[in-house]
Design a protein around this ligand. Structure first.
Ligand SMILES: C[S@@+](CC[C@H](N)C(=O)[O-])C[C@H]1O[C@@H](n2cnc3c(N)ncnc32)[C@H](O)[C@@H]1O
Length: 288
């Protein structure tokens, strides 16, 4: 039976039209700060790709230290706690950290930024996880800092697992009036999607006009307002090849890719035009 992904479920879309913020970083942080309640309600795997990419590393990281970057409202906390007792969740949004502490009072959460993990020693974690495209909230230079910090805090043979929007996928060219579903939908949900996107159109157009100046496209990566928050956040899109190469440049020695909806393992050079986002499983070298 068809299972809607978390992304398609009602109530996930922000009502934000946050004004007065100029850089993508400021814009996105303001939206996260007011979205904690929505993220606090999320449970379970985002989609098949997330489940498969985590299963790919589960036996290697079981019982070992795990760092959950951009933990949001704690959706991934219980999923990762099934793997280990040595867990820390981190987020740069105070409201998200508070939501996690309310939801899981016995767990360990810290307020911090994935661009600066100096609170953690080199080579400590077996797994660093950055779920739900959280890494896409920063610009190119800051993204490279995150890759480098994730690599630094991983022990030899440890894994960095994350998903990220696909430059070659359907959402990089999204406009408010396109009415494209956020992920591929069964026919019965297409009508609902069009109705919802129509109702949201005034917010989406206002946000898109405000943020479109932040758009750019180098051919291998770009920034663009994301339909997922009524065009109220600006996010990074990468080609699969550029993302794989950036991981190799950051010192990882193997990178596996998985598609979003069905979790199929693919080559970075494969046709990814149907994938809104892709999952990356990057391994730190066994010998440092
Ligand atoms: C789309 S939400 C995902 C939340 C959660 N991981 C989930 O899957 O439900 C992205 C989260 O990443 C956090 N985030 C984005 N950039 C970050 C950074 N540089 N450092 C720490 N947290 C960050 C945001 O505050 C937000 O909570």
């Amino acid at each position: 039976m068809y299972q809607p992904t978390l992304w398609e479920q009602d109530g996930h879309v922000s009502t934000s039209t946050v004004a007065g913020h100029t850089t993508p970083d400021e814009v996105n942080r303001a939206v996260w700060q007011e979205s904690a309640e929505v993220f606090e309600g999320l449970l379970g795997w985002l989609d098949r790709g997330e489940e498969i990419s985590m299963l790919a590393v589960a036996s290697a990281v079981r019982g070992e230290p795990v760092l959950d970057l951009g933990v949001g409202g704690g959706r991934t906390t219980s999923l990762l706690r099934m793997l280990t007792d040595d867990y820390v969740g981190l987020d740069y949004t105070p409201a998200m950290v508070e939501a996690c502490r309310r939801r899981f009072p016995a767990e360990h959460f810290v307020h911090g930024d994935a661009r600066d993990l100096s609170a953690f020693p080199d080579g400590h974690f077996a797994l660093v996880f950055f779920s739900f495209n959280g890494i896409d909230a920063v610009d190119h230079d800051d993204r490279l800092r995150i890759l480098s910090e994730a690599r630094r805090v991983l022990r030899p043979g440890g894994y960095f697992v994350f998903n990220s929007h696909n430059h070659d996928g359907p959402s990089f060219s999204d406009r408010p009036w396109n009415m494209r579903p956020l992920t591929p939908l069964p026919a019965r949900r297409v009508v609902y999607n069009v109705l919802r996107r129509t109702a949201e159109l005034p917010f989406s157009v206002a946000n898109f006009r405000r943020l479109r100046a932040a758009s750019c496209d180098t051919g291998t990566y770009g920034l663009h307002p994301s339909a997922s928050h009524r065009f109220g956040i600006v996010i990074y899109f990468s080609t699969a090849i550029a993302q794989r190469d950036a991981l190799l440049d950051a010192g990882f020695d193997a990178v596996d890719l998985y598609t979003d909806v069905d979790g199929a393992r693919i080559d970075a050079a494969a046709d990814t035009s149907r994938c809104v986002w892709l999952y990356y499983v990057a391994r730190a070298p066994l010998a440092s």
